[in-house]
Design a protein around this ligand. Sequence first.
Ligand code: CAA
Length: 615
Amino acid sequence: MDQQAGPLRQERHGAVLVLVIDAPPVNALGHALRAALWQAIEVAEADATVGAVLIRAAGRTFPAGADISEFGQPPRAPQLPDLCDRIEACPKPVLAAIHGTALGGGLELALAAHARIARADAMLGLPEVTLGILPGAGGTQRVPRLIGAEQALRLMLTGKPVPAAEALALGLLDGVVEDGLEVAALRLAEGLVGRRLTATRDRREGMRDGAAYQAAVAAARLAQAGARLPAGARIVDCVEAAQLLPIEQGMVFERAAFADLVATPEAAGLRHAFFAERAAARFPEAKAEARPVAQLGVIGAAGSDLALLALQAGCPVVLVEPNRPQLVEALERIAAAQETAVQEGRLTPAARDADWERLTPALGAAALADSDLVLVADAGLLAEAAEAAPPGAVLALTGRGALPDSPRASDMIGLRLVGGRLAELAVGPQTAPEAVATARAVARRLGLLCLRAAAPGGIAGRVMLAGRAAVTHLLAQGEAPARVAGALRGFGLPQLAPEAAAEAPETGASAGRIIAQVLSAMANEGARLLERGIAQRASDIDFALVAGLGFPRWQGGPMFWADQRGLLILRRDLAEWGQEAPEIWAMAPLIADLAAQGGHFADHAAQAGSGQKDA
Ligand code: CAA
């Protein structure tokens, strides 16, 4: 009989036992699932009526990896590498059927099976390096055995997934089907009943040319020399070990490297950044329906960068600027950016011409009559825009100010471009949920990441300014510019470093104090944004800095930095430095409150209203 409970369902189809992984949203290989898989393999092995095992997944994807939220906690048996070994050791053939994104530990699980088949639209990858770690469930040992060092290193060092067809060509897969994966996989599994397939650990296809293998390792090692993060070099070491050591020792080597890396502060910062990005995607307005946007209006020459983004995204744009010379300048800026793109080969001349045809310049706001969303890049032109834009059109203000009181307040939202990658959406008390959803949909269409703020917003910019003010103060107090620059470069914030100096990155004790002063100012400003409700959660502030202004991802963000050090320390430091320069370091009351409860900024996040993410 079929069993339906928990993260793993079991179905019997003749001699084939089908294990269906069902742990939404992404079938991450958390403890309960690992335990269920282990148990199922044990049972399959003992049951004489089972001739083959098929592992597939329900929902949107084959496992997208280990459960990242378990990292940093004490490991619970069965651990993923052991589970993979257990699957590989099963004397009955185990087949993995892959759809969606088989990533990290998910792909490693599939590689421990004896054969793999995937749907053509599946993506396979080892993105661990983006989390500051390495494939720690046998991936560094099994992958090069199948596909050689050069390709294995490419997958592991870039972290970029490859489509099924490429994975097949590389040798990671045994078959690809356009659709009908379940049926095709079952048929294949039936064909495997009673056969014994070579375990991946005993395969050598990727190791036939030993010299090429070593050359790939040497080249990758050279490329990693001087890298800021340690994971890349450890990946190279593990891939080298795959050639030099028997697999059991290679696995031990990999496991030690994984344990080292997962405990590094850089990996903790990258994990935080991963979850911060996903938390930021939760908008309270997720269920609201975006209004259709066929034409975008931009009013104010300063909006030319957004107009350009919209053109590149294939959107028809009306660009209004009543001042003729300024309009001409804005058009010239767009043309110049396009020319550069053509010269650099990023844009074909034909695409440039098509972009240009979608652009309608105008001197009067009346041209906005068909615009479904108007980006107001000049607050002085808002009244005209509000009058000209059709009813229901969203008015997105790109400036710094608060959203004005207006009969069209429900259509108004702030939309600020931060660093060319992030759109901060500042929502006013009267902004309609549909207006938020529409602005978000447009921003995404423009290729931007989105962060929700309460009006007047300006999260990333304010926090960065606080850091800059601290730097300016330190220099005014006589701190050597070279030392400040060295400390900030060492931390990964060259954009805050004073220009005069070009000292090597510094990480000593005085650098620690400089960093603490600058980061405390930033975290303090972040706390004020939380107090005022402008930022929804502390991790949103970190996300804004990382995504918008180049804060080093592996440092997590200023709020994470403060949480890691502890708010008691932050409170102590601010109490001291706030005497010296209250305009920079006077403590936000939230910090004192949280510190008094032994809390963290992240706890404040938990209390804040959590929205829902849309698909
Ligand atoms: N562990 C825990 N949670 C995960 C997760 C993972 N590996 N992958 C995704 N999630 C969670 C997300 O946090 C999110 O949760 P909320 O809805 O609560 O915010 C939810 O699953 C959906 O994720 P996305 O919003 O990212 O969904 P998407 O459709 O945009 O993307 C995805 C799906 C491509 C799988 C993407 O989530 C992703 O890239 N995930 C991470 C993949 C990864 O890095 N895997 C390697 C893990 S490390 C590892 O496996 C180590 C090892 O060798 C043992």
